[in-house]
Ligand binder design. Sequence first.
Ligand SMILES: C[S@@+](CC[C@H](N)C(=O)[O-])C[C@H]1O[C@@H](n2cnc3c(N)ncnc32)[C@H](O)[C@@H]1O
Length: 492
Amino acid sequence: MPNNEFGDFQTPLTLARAVVATLPPRDYRKVLEPTCGTGSFLAAAAELGVPQRIGVEIQPAHAELARAHGDIREQCVFGLDLGADLPWVAGGELLVLGNPPWVTMADLTRFGSANVPVKANTRNRPGMAARTGESNFDVAEYIWQKLLGELRAHRPTIALLCKTQVARNILGHCAEQEIPVEAATLRLIDSHRWFGANVDAGLLTLRLGDTPGEYTCALYDSLDAATPSRHFGLVRGKLVADVEAYDRTAEADGACQLEWRQGVKHDATAVMELTGPAPIEDEHLYPLLKSSDLVHGNTTTARRRLVLPQRSLGEDTAALAGTAPKLWRYLLAHAEALDNRRSAIYRARPRFSVFGIGEYTFAPYKVAISGMYKKVEFRLVAPIGDRPVLLDDTCYFLSCADLAEAAVLTALLRGRTTATLLSALVFWDAKRPITKKLLQRIDLATLLGTAGHRALAEAAAKLTIDLPEQVSPAAARRAIKALTARWRALSR
Ligand SMILES: C[S@@+](CC[C@H](N)C(=O)[O-])C[C@H]1O[C@@H](n2cnc3c(N)ncnc32)[C@H](O)[C@@H]1O
C-alpha cells in the first residue's frame, strides 16, 4: 500500500465491477462513495444503472476525474454529516460503495498529517475516542463507524473493501451499538494482486434492516465463491472465528486451571544463546528450545544453550564474580552488548538481568507451544542431559513436576476437542494469533472431564516413547485421576 496520508490507492474498475457483482440484488436508487478518488465504484454503479451517484473526495485532481461518474463533493469526508448534508433527490434503496484509506492513526502521526478524524467527530463518544486514539486504529474503521452512525436511518447496504481486522472490529462495533445488521458477508480479496499490499483484506458488506441482528458474518474465500467457508462473529458477546466450531466446544472456553508462562527474555541472542562450547560454569548453562524447535518437533536434543546469570527475577548478579568467575568474565567481556539492550525493562535492574524467570523456569517437564508461528503444535518437553530445558520468550508453556502429568496435559492439548476450540477462537490473519490470553482461556478441567480417559492415557504414554524415561498407560491413567481430583477440589 502507498505510504501516504490519504491512503491513496485507486481501485481498478475491474475490481469495482467484481465488487458490484457480489451485491445482493436490490433496486438501488442512489449510491454514495465516500473518499471516492477517481470514482471507480461510481462508474461500476453507473453500469449497474443506479441513477443518483454522489462521491466525496479531498484531492482536487481525483475529484475532477470522478466527476465523469457522478456528483462529486470536493471536501473532507470528516466534515460532512452523511445522513443530513447530501442532496438526494430520490427515495429508494441506498447503496454505499468504496475503498476507504487503509492507513492507521500511527501512520498519520508519522506523516504529521492533518487528515486525522478524531477530535471534531468523537465528541460525546468517549468509547470511540479511546478506540480512535489507538495507534493501530484504521481510518477505514472510523469511516465505517461514521457511515453506520449517520446513515442507519436510511437502512443502506454498505459494501467497502477493508482489512479483515477492520471488518471484525466493525462487527463488534455493530453489536455494541445494536446497529440493526440484517445480513453480513466478508469476501476475501487478494490484496497483493490488486494493491501490492501484504495485508489480509476483503469486501465487507452489511445490509441494515429494522431489528438488531445476530452479528455473525458469512466468510467467503473469494469475491466470487458460491458458498461461505465458515461464519465468524459474536456468540454470547464473544468474538469467535468459527461459530459452528464454537457451538461444539464453547463449554471448554473458560479459565485455565494452570498458568501459561512465557520463556526467558534476554534481548541478546548473540551473547546469551550459545551453539558451541563456552568457558562458563555448567550450572549457568541450560538447554534452550526456540519456537522453530517446537514447531518442527525438535525437542529431544537442543542445538543451543542459554547462559543464565540469574535464577529468580531481580536476583543480584554482583555475587557471580565470586560464585561463578568464568561466567562473570564472560558477561564482562560482552558487557557492551548487554548494557546497551534497548528495552527499558533492563534499566534500574541488576547488571546482566534476564526476564521471564521463576520457579516455573526450572520445572523438569513442560508443555510448550510457539507464539510466533501460525500453527497449533503443543509439545511435551523433558530434561535433556539431566538439565531442565528452557524456552525463549517467543514460546508459552505450562510447567509440571511430573512426567505423567505433563504427558496427559500434552495429549489433552493435542486432542481433537482442543483443536476444534482453537479453530473456533483463533483468527489466523492476526499478527500473533497464539497469545497467552488465548491459551489462558482453555479450560483444561472441562476438556479432561469430556475426554475419553483410556484413549487419552494411551496418547499420553505414546508421547514419551522417545524420551529417556517413559510413562505407561496405567501411570497416565493415575495422572488423569489425580488431575481430575485436584481440579474438582479447586472448583468447590
Ligand atoms: C484507497 S483510496 C480509494 C479511492 C477510491 N475509493 C477507489 O476505490 O478507487 C482512498 C481515497 O480517499 C481519499 N481521502 C483520504 N482522506 C480523505 C478525506 N479525509 N476526505 C475525503 N477523501 C479522502 C484519498 O484522496 C483517496 O482518493
